[in-house]
Ligand binder design. Structure first.
Ligand code: C2E
Ligand code: CA
Ligand code: CA
Ligand code: CA
Length: 279
């Protein structure tokens, strides 16, 4: 009887059941909101902390479901990736955000960048890349103001065609940033083989400041490496003044994080610009 019960517990593990159906529900519901164009986007400023200057914004997706409530992109993006929804989601995001951005850059004479998170699978997709180029041109945005954030990924960098695509985009003037730098595989080895413009050092390293000396040493050496390879280096997840000061002292002036700005809605961005810039 005991054995039977154990089997039953495995088959009907209520936790497992719940998480499987949550993923499925998210998948189905997300499909609907993407089709209806009901996702929302927020913009987190990136700053140059020496000049306290906004150098760009990163687009992040937001979704609040009537029953599930707000669902984190850390949860739904992986589901969208495994169920083949990223192309549609990203196309919709580019179309929507570039339209807004084109109004914005004219209205505020904003010459900073707009950064998009692009799943690495999309670099293998010729139709998507063609769409990307076309939509940037359609809204008349200089390529230099577009940044693509890609997470380091061994498959991407060993896939010849993806690398060629990225090189071509860079030749057009589009900027390429490596996201979450330091968390993936073989982080340093490809930097000289594969030209990128910028690395975004993962929040994990920022969190080491004033906490762990060895962690700090690794962070400092990443910054030095980036500077010596003539790459821009941005620290993610900066939350405190101490972190800002440490980064500035060690040669990293590009930063992003709650210490400066949380991700803002378009209205909040405009409010900020009216108050701080136009006054
Ligand atoms: P990410 O690209 O590394 O984005 C940074 C995440 O850290 C964002 O979380 C942002 O809100 C959060 N963050 C920024 N500053 C701070 C800080 O000072 N402290 C803390 N604790 N967090 C901070 P978010 O928006 O929840 O996104 C999570 C991840 O989901 C992103 O990580 C990105 O990988 C993915 N993601 C979000 N939107 C999109 C999208 O539209 N497309 C793709 N492909 N991925 C997306
Ligand atoms: Ca990112
Ligand atoms: Ca990141
Ligand atoms: Ca810089």
């Amino acid at each position: 009887a005991k054995k039977k019960q154990a089997t039953k517990a495995i088959l009907y593990n209520p936790d497992m059941h719940e998480s499987v159906s949550r993923d499925l529900i998210i998948q189905q519901e997300l499909k609907k909101v993407i089709e209806r164009g009901e996702l929302e986007f927020v913009y987190q400023p990136q700053v140059d902390a020496t000049r306290t200057w906004i150098t760009g914004v990163e687009v992040l997706t937001r979704w609040s479901h009537p029953v599930l409530g707000p669902v984190s992109p850390a949860e739904f993006i992986p589901i969208a990736e495994t169920s083949g929804m990223m192309e549609k989601l990203t196309r919709y995001q580019l179309e929507w955000c570039l339209k807004k951005f084109s109004d914005w850059r004219q209205h505020f004479e904003f010459d900073g960048t707009i950064a998009f998170n692009i799943s690495s699978s999309l670099f293998r997709n010729k139709n998507f890349i063609a769409f990307l180029e076309q939509v940037i041109k359609e809204y008349g945005i200089p390529f230099q103001q577009i940044e693509l954030e890609i997470t380091e990924n061994i498959q991407l960098f060993s896939h010849k065609e993806s690398v060629q695509t990225l090189e071509r985009l860079r030749e057009m003037g589009i900027r390429v940033a490596i996201d979450d730098f330091g968390t993936g595989y073989s982080t340093l080895s490809y930097l000289n083989k594969f030209p990128v413009d910028k690395i975004k050092v993962d929040k994990h390293f920022t969190d080491q400041i004033m906490v762990d000396e060895k962690g700090e040493a690794i962070l400092v050496s990443i910054i030095k490496l980036a500077n010596s390879l003539d790459l821009d280096v941005l620290a993610e997840g900066v939350e405190t003044e101490d972190q800002r000061d440490f980064l500035l002292m060690n040669g990293c002036d590009d930063m992003q994080g709650y210490y400066f700005f949380k991700p803002l809605t378009l209205d909040e961005c405009e409010q900020f610009y009216y108050e701080k810039v136009l006054k």
